[in-house]
Ligand binder design. Structure first.
Ligand SMILES: Nc1ncnc2c1ncn2[C@@H]1O[C@H](COP(=O)(O)OP(=O)(O)O)[C@@H](O)[C@H]1O
Ligand SMILES: [Mg+2]
Length: 273
């Protein structure tokens, strides 16, 4: 088993990184995958969203990053079968500064996550809203990056800076990092501008944009205060249903096409077994 390690990143806050980490991970676990979410934002919204109490934690993404605990120690079970979490606390906010004098500081998370490759199918890293050392650590540790974009005016603002960062990481630190896709979130069909934003983003980024669009749905924003993923809180809501479709699309995108037997005529379509 080799995990897909997917960084959810966008230096803008409030675009749906955390909501996507929680609900996409839950949908993938519900399909029988072994899934882990690493809360890598000092705000710890993913941790709260899973109903995990931050006060009595033995370890966290901070201690994992600083080499004070190993992955197994830092991992907690969530209430979702097949889904594990490395929680975050406010201590993580000190890491950006504390890591500065450390050797190979960009590789800390990658090294800490090595055991995850053999245990999980999917690992999501919920990044903080900045392009600092925490996000660099996440991008170096990942096989893929997924970028949530809110369907609002200025959605693509700042994207070129993010792409530049991805490029730098690819060239210097992690050549295998792939842009898995851009996810449009919080789509409001009553807002005339939203469809325009969708069209613009698709025109600029083409097939890098997921077909699935996440609608604005109050059930998704209510769920964290109940300490449960939207999918558990209200599976029938349009938001939960969209994340289920996204999970299906993601699994399909990541399926390696079947290798054709030698001598198969050109133009024959591979059929998944
Ligand atoms: N599809 C959605 N519909 C309604 N509210 C949403 C949706 N996605 C996110 N939210 C809400 O918007 C806010 C920001 O989302 P969040 O996932 O925390 O973004 P980020 O992690 O990028 O800062 C949160 O209050 C969240 O509950
Ligand atoms: Mg967040």
């Amino acid at each position: 088993m080799t995990a897909r390690i997917i960084a959810l990143s966008n230096q803008k806050g409030g675009v749906g990184k955390t909501t996507t980490a929680i609900n996409l991970a839950t949908a993938l676990a519900a399909c029988g995958n072994r899934v882990m979410v690493i809360d890598f934002d000092p705000q710890g919204n993913t941790t709260t969203g899973f109903g995990v109490d931050k006060r009595n934690l033995k370890a966290s993404s901070y201690s994992l990053l600083m080499g004070e605990s190993d992955l197994a120690t830092a991992t907690v079970k969530t209430s979702v079968p097949g889904l594990w979490l490395v929680p975050s606390t406010i201590h993580l906010s000190g890491a950006e500064v504390e890591l500065v004098p450390v050797m190979a500081r960009e590789n800390r998370l990658k090294d800490a996550l090595l055991p995850a490759h053999e245990i999980y199918d999917y690992v999501f890293i919920d990044c903080p809203p900045s392009l600092g050392l925490l996000t660099i650590n996440a991008l170096v540790a990942s096989t893929d990056i997924m970028i949530p974009l809110q369907c609002e005016f200025f959605a693509m603002e700042g994207l070129s800076q993010l792409f530049k960062t991805i490029d730098l990481v690819k060239r210097n630190l992690n050549p295998q990092l792939e842009l898995l896709g851009v996810l449009l979130t919080m789509f409001d069909k009553r807002n005339n501008l939203a469809q325009q934003v969708v069209n613009d983003v698709r025109e600029h980024l083409g097939d890098k944009v997921f077909d699935t669009i996440i609608p604005r749905n109050v059930r998704l924003s209510e769920a964290p205060s109940h300490g449960a993923p939207g999918l558990i809180y209200d599976v029938k809501s349009p938001g939960s249903q969209a994340y289920i479709r996204l999970a299906a699309e993601l699994m399909q995108r990541l399926t390696v096409p079947a290798v054709l037997p030698e001598g198969t005529p050109a133009g024959t379509t591979a059929q998944a077994a």
